[in-house]
Design a protein around this ligand. Structure first.
Ligand code: SIN
Length: 275
């Protein structure tokens, strides 16, 4: 297996490896690289659903996303799908998976089954870089804060139907009821590094503040964290895999391939409470 640090970005790409036959040592390398950089990629893979699950099982415990449609016969594989008729894409605003859960997902493994002729990239932003580049005074202020995250405004019935009249990709809107509370600055459970842990899709407000009071500071953090220097773009090919860390990165799917199909399979890995 060969490891290549991506130029002008924080990601790492592996090639000359088949993830179905990856050794424990190679897997440790990938895990370490992900710990350090937040996201790693593999190209030219061929994984059946069972092989995707086997790969995921070697990286952690699978947690089922309750709002995404799943692959027939595989309830632990979520489908991330855009058909020619769809106007929106799943995951088009910056987010980190499952931050609306009190125990958010630690990682996600997204596998490209079908890609459009062009476009459909995914952007990743480093929350390590976002944190590191804040001023000492602002870091101190944020260290004292927790934030409320919610699935309601993204996955509830009103959110889903108002966004796209063709919507048929989300399920269980009645389960979009709970909120979670997380520190705004977390210490990453594996790397020990500090990271910013709020995101535009799921963070509602600072705990104890109103939404109106929270909005300006959250907006500042979102602008700061999504500036070009902290963002990398991954161009998918059929067979590419991205394995990202949900505590250290945000991601955002691009909606720039109207009339074409894109189909990804995603497995999400269970994390630990954040502090
Ligand atoms: C996601 O938000 O998990 C999907 C990202 C993508 O489809 O690029």
């Amino acid at each position: 297996m060969r490891m290549r640090k991506l130029e002008h970005s924080f990601g790492v790409e592996f090639d000359q490896v088949d993830v179905n036959r990856i050794t424990d040592t190679e897997l440790d390398m990938a895990r370490e690289a992900q710990n350090e950089h937040g996201v790693v990629f593999f190209r030219d893979q061929k994984m059946s659903c069972d092989q995707h699950i086997n790969f995921a099982n070697r990286l952690g415990d699978i947690v089922i996303n309750r709002f995404f449609e799943t692959v027939d016969g595989y309830p632990n594989i979520a489908q991330v799908r855009k058909e020619p008729k769809h106007k929106t894409v799943v995951g088009s605003s910056w987010h980190t998976d499952h931050s609306y859960d009190q125990i958010p997902a630690k990682g996600s493994i997204l596998y490209a089954k079908e890609v459009p002729s062009s476009g459909g990239d995914t952007l990743f932003a480093s929350m390590y870089l976002a944190y590191d580049t804040l001023s000492p005074g602002f870091k101190e202020t944020l260290e004292g804060l927790t934030a409320i995250h919610s699935s309601r405004h993204t996955f509830s019935k009103s959110a889903v139907t108002s966004e796209d009249p063709n919507e048929d990709r989300y399920v269980n809107s009645h389960l979009a009821t709970q909120d979670a509370r997380h520190p705004v600055i977390i210490t990453h459970p594996d790397s020990g590094k500090k990271a910013l842990y709020v995101n535009p899709d799921f963070t509602v407000k600072f705990d104890g503040w109103t939404e109106e009071e929270s909005a300006p500071m959250l907006e500042y953090l979102y602008q700061h964290a999504s500036q070009a220097e902290f963002v990398m773009r991954f161009q998918w090919q059929k067979g590419s895999i991205a394995f990202w860390d949900n505590r250290a990165t945000w991601h955002q799917a691009q909606n720039d391939y109207p009339g074409e199909r894109r189909l990804m399979h995603r497995i999400t890995l269970e994390g630990a409470p954040l502090s």
